[in-house]
Design a protein around this ligand. Sequence first.
Ligand SMILES: C[S@@+](CC[C@H](N)C(=O)[O-])C[C@H]1O[C@@H](n2cnc3c(N)ncnc32)[C@H](O)[C@@H]1O
Length: 471
Amino acid sequence: MPTHLTPKQKKVLDFIKKFTSKNNYSPSFREIAKYLKKPLSSAQHFVEELQNKGYLQKEENVARGISPIETGNVDIPLLGYIAAGEPIEAISNPEPLSVPKTMLSKNGLHYALKVKGDSMIDENIYDGDTVVIRRQETATNGQKVIVLINGSEATLKKIYKEKNGFRLQPANSSMKPIFVRDLIIQGRVLGVLPNYEDRTRPSTEGVQISAQKQFELDRIITGDVLEVMAQIPDSSIHLAVTSPPYNVGKNYDNHNDHMDYQEYLNWLEKVWRETKRVLAPGGRFALNIAPTGIKDFVPIHHDFTNQMRKIGMKFRTEILWYKQTMLKRTAWGSFKSPANPHIVPSWEYVLVFTKEKDRLDGDPKNADITKEEFMNFSDGFWKISPETQRNGHPAPFPEKLIYRLIKFYSYKNNTVLDMFGGTGTVAVVAYKTKRHFVHIDISEEYNDVAQKRLNKAKNLLPLFSNSQGLL
Ligand SMILES: C[S@@+](CC[C@H](N)C(=O)[O-])C[C@H]1O[C@@H](n2cnc3c(N)ncnc32)[C@H](O)[C@@H]1O
């Protein structure tokens, strides 16, 4: 989702748009610099910022390879206020509210409501924020919805189907869920427009964005990856480690893991752009991806690499994670015949990218990798068995894999992000290795597991001063 532009960034974007529509090709950096009456480096800097914010795309190594991404805003009606347990307080003359097109569904009717109260703060929906809603009468478990209960009381909660009715779950650990037999769903929340001016968040450990904006670290956050990432400040993450949903029809709560392949890539490209924005210069992105099925082989790791290079991330290296599972194989294809034999993917990739430069600055006192570990991990062929304790998740990371990435690529006290955090392996290992973390996952169920694992790790500290188990 594109974020706000400063007046100067807007000026540069407007110039690029006008130039492109007049000439049918985009301006060169030199022409942008001339227009701004600034040095070339300044033009390059603005283009980079606009790319990071999702307004421009740039083909690497192509002259005049910049093109504006058509985003634009549309007006939807701001209908009124939503407060838990009260009818929607309608605004008599609904005002139009301008929202980014990308926030809305392709079809359907949309409206907005202002939020009163703090029953959804753990989902980053605060008193005074505005929620963007798609009018609909159905929802799936865990979605944030506007529902009508007892005929007239409207409320914004997360919905779960239970045996004899529904559970309406506040996203605030100090509040209890409501159980009802009947309800009417009035719409689903697609996004939040934060009202930072009025927001006073309780935080001691947050990253300071400005006097008003803070992002609390070391939390298990339930929410959509793009919605939550939009709240992470620029350049505040040192290492991102993730394994995205593979689009192979795995059964994840709330997530369509069977998108059209191009739609899937387009969606992830937005996530990669956000990742680049939140990474500090020299920050690393370790992207784990498994080769796809034996028969319908899709070169997904190449497609990801190309996407990352297109958005300007540097491909630093790739690690081969050899899973040592060959003994268990059953799929041979044409056994003992060259007719159609199968190669069984007994490995996964960890593709490593860097933002802007390879070097990550940090206090040498916080480099906590041992000589033995360094020598061991810098050999890029990592023999690590898959996780056996799955905690109800189809594809959790083994802790050992994450331990290596964190120790090799970050300093103590750095911040590590997993935007598809699942059962919390990255959060747990970050905690154990004395890094901050940001964990995002859309599934409340996996996040419950993640929270429990984290609580357990907190009780066990200082277990990780002994790193032998993870070498
Ligand atoms: C391959 S799994 C990651 C597993 C994780 N590495 C672990 O150790 O448990 C991908 C995760 O992405 C989550 N997910 C899918 N769609 C999402 C979305 N739109 N926003 C946030 N998380 C999402 C799924 O719930 C799933 O847990």
